[in-house]
Design a protein around this ligand. Structure first.
Ligand code: C5P
Length: 209
């Protein structure tokens, strides 16, 4: 079979992660959720009491990251996402995580990676690039519903404010800002359920194969 790499980028809560998992399972490709790397760095820096805005301190944490740090269940939560986006602005952090991601993207079996800069920086030669978006309101609504389904009592307005804040920080930073690669396919899931988004992604990939 032909090897290929799929780069999936987009803002928080657009459905990238779910889509990446479905694609990886369908095509039998290894999957890397790159947000987890930044989350682990943010979490560890915070646990150590370091200043998240200090590029040297955060960079040192990123260089010392080990795979076992990714197993922490709390990394999936909102707080870790916030910590991640603060340390992700530092070039020292981004470059420390780059080799691991590039190696993953280049492995002989092919790969699926999801993040913010996969199609632009980590795997600019990826055979298929998909930029997944949805309106901030739809993304905040999905997050709110997810939390409600877990028995929590989420505040939609507050989550919407967090979504907007994270968008601004991720798209506004100087290094590797969130933006579609020139050759990325845009997939707006605002009015699409996940199975429809998955079908659209498969059409793109099958069109390449
Ligand atoms: O995708 P996820 O929500 O887990 O990412 C958390 C944060 O990590 C993002 O808001 C972003 O600031 C950062 N990130 C990044 N580059 C990536 C993946 C995540 O800057 N490739």
């Amino acid at each position: 079979a032909q090897r290929f790499t799929v780069a999936i980028d987009g803002p928080a809560a657009a459905g990238k992660g779910t889509l990446a998992k479905l694609i990886a399972a369908h095509y039998g490709l290894p999957h890397l959720d790159t947000g987890l790397l930044y989350r682990a760095v943010g979490r560890k820096a915070a646990d150590l009491g370091l200043d998240l805005d200090d590029p040297d301190a955060a960079g040192a944490v990123a260089r010392s990251l080990t795979p076992s740090a990714l197993d922490d269940g709390s990394l999936r939560g909102r707080e870790a996402g916030e910590l991640a986006s603060r340390v992700a602005v530092h070039p020292s952090v981004r470059s420390a995580l780059e080799t691991f991601q590039r190696d993953f993207a280049g492995q002989p079996a092919g790969a699926v990676l999801d993040g913010r800069d996969i199609g632009t920086v980590i795997a600019p030669d990826a055979e298929v690039k998909i930029f997944v978006t949805a309106s901030p309101e739809v993304r905040a609504r999905r997050r709110t519903d997810e939390l409600a389904a877990k028995g929590r009592a989420p505040d939609y307005e507050r989550i919407l404010a967090e979504v907007r804040e994270r968008d601004l920080r991720d798209a506004g930073r100087a290094t590797a800002p969130l933006k579609p690669a020139a050759d990325a396919h845009l997939l707006d899931t605002s009015e699409m359920a996940i199975d429809a988004a998955f079908l659209a992604a498969r059409e793109l990939i099958d069109g390449f194969l």
